[in-house]
Design a protein around this ligand. Structure first.
Ligand SMILES: C[S@@+](CC[C@H](N)C(=O)[O-])C[C@H]1O[C@@H](n2cnc3c(N)ncnc32)[C@H](O)[C@@H]1O
Ligand SMILES: [Zn+2]
Length: 280
């Protein structure tokens, strides 16, 4: 792990700094009592024992997400995130909470050439990819609902994209001059697929509700709708279902069967809100 990335991390048990002995795949806290393995794939295992891992993306969801994002179907969303990274002037890293495969973090780092990045997620399948997402990024396993294993004010920019968020912790790790960028789907996101496939409609994060939840810690500093149409072949349409929350409730065979009855390409709307916040 890059020394600048290790410098962002703190022991999840005693909050001490960690050191990395480059010859070994171990992080050790300077208190000396706690050690953490670095997986062969390069991410640090910093999960506390009582973390709830039930919401971690499964191997199939991660593989679907990786394929879909690599095909660049969500490029306008990645471009919007990268523009925020380019606009941030505070000192510090880019930290992506619920980073998945690290796709957006990598795009943000491309736009911020002097920064390092840290991908946090609870899914080891996601982290295996995130650890290799960018030469200036590291990755660590942790639970976004618990205290993050990150030092105070480590981040110039925190990203939170279709992922769980604990406002107090997001604030703690953000530099006072930094920013938080949150991406949430609107009710029109993937709506055609929802209707055609009879997917559970996801309770979208309304902007006002998001502002309320973040309000004790962050002030809204602008939001934009990113809306575009995708012409997907049936395989990609099945993939976007398989990578999202509906994957928990749908049978892939049934999705494929319903998509087979549709004319290709399948025209699907993507619509998200990209919201920027500054620390109070
Ligand atoms: C819908 S995916 C979004 C991933 C990525 N931000 C993206 O947009 O490609 C949600 C991510 O949150 C992660 N996740 C779920 N529960 C979590 C938790 N309690 N702590 C940290 N990450 C969690 C999942 O493993 C998954 O990678
Ligand atoms: Zn420790």
């Amino acid at each position: 792990m890059l020394p600048d990335v290790v410098d962002l991390i703190r022991c999840p048990h005693c909050r001490a700094r960690l050191t990395h002995d480059p010859g070994r795949r171990v992080l050790r806290c300077t208190d000396g009592r706690h050690t953490f393995d670095i997986a062969r794939q390069g991410y640090a295992g910093l999960l506390a024992g009582d973390a709830k891992t039930g919401t971690a993306d499964t191997p199939a969801m991660v593989a679907a997400r990786d394929a879909f994002l690599r095909a660049d179907h969500y490029r306008p969303i990645a471009d919007a995130v990268a523009a925020h990274a380019a606009d941030t002037i505070a000192p510090g890293a880019v930290i992506d909470v619920g980073a998945g495969t690290g796709h957006y973090l990598a795009r943000a780092l491309d736009a911020a050439p002097d920064r390092v990045g840290l991908a946090l997620d609870i899914s080891k399948y996601a982290l295996r990819r995130a650890a290799k997402a960018h030469p200036r990024a590291g990755a660590a396993a942790c639970d976004a609902w618990q205290r993050l294993p990150v030092r105070e004010a480590a981040a110039a920019l925190v990203l939170n994209i279709f992922a769980p968020r604990n406002p107090a912790e997001l604030r703690r790790v953000t530099d006072p001059r930094g920013a938080l960028v949150v991406v949430t789907p609107t009710s029109r996101h993937l709506a055609e697929l929802g209707r055609t496939l009879g997917l559970l409609s996801v309770d979208t994060d309304k902007k006002a509700r998001l502002d309320d939840a973040l309000d004790p810690y962050f002030t809204p500093a602008g939001a934009s709708q990113v809306a575009f149409r995708m012409a997907l072949d049936r395989e990609d349409a099945a993939t976007v279902v398989a990578m999202g929350p509906s994957a928990w409730h749908t049978d892939p065979e049934a999705v494929h069967a319903k998509l087979a009855a549709l004319p290709a390409p399948v025209h699907v709307s993507a619509e998200v809100t990209v919201s920027r916040y500054t620390p109070r």
